[in-house]
Design a protein around this ligand. Structure first.
Ligand code: ZN
Length: 70
């Protein structure tokens, strides 16, 4: 029971550090301020930290789809 309380405290700290909502879909943030899906986009360079898409978004998106399928 003591361990459970310790984990609770750590979780609260993490919540304060990251944004609560994904900037792309306004969904619940999962990692680094993005939802699970758009965190993958961020890692692949499909969106920046603000959730903005680059000029070559279509190209990168298609490349990601191909990687997912492989
Ligand atoms: Zn999202």
């Amino acid at each position: 029971m003591d361990n459970k309380d310790k984990n609770k405290g750590q979780k609260n700290q993490n919540v304060l550090e990251i944004a609560a909502r994904c900037p792309v879909c306004k969904g619940k943030a999962h990692k680094a301020g993005f939802c699970a899906e758009h965190f993958q986009w961020f890692k692949m360079g499909l969106v920046n930290r603000k959730g903005e898409k680059p000029k070559d978004f279509d190209k990168k998106f298609q490349a990601m789809q191909r990687r997912k399928a492989a």
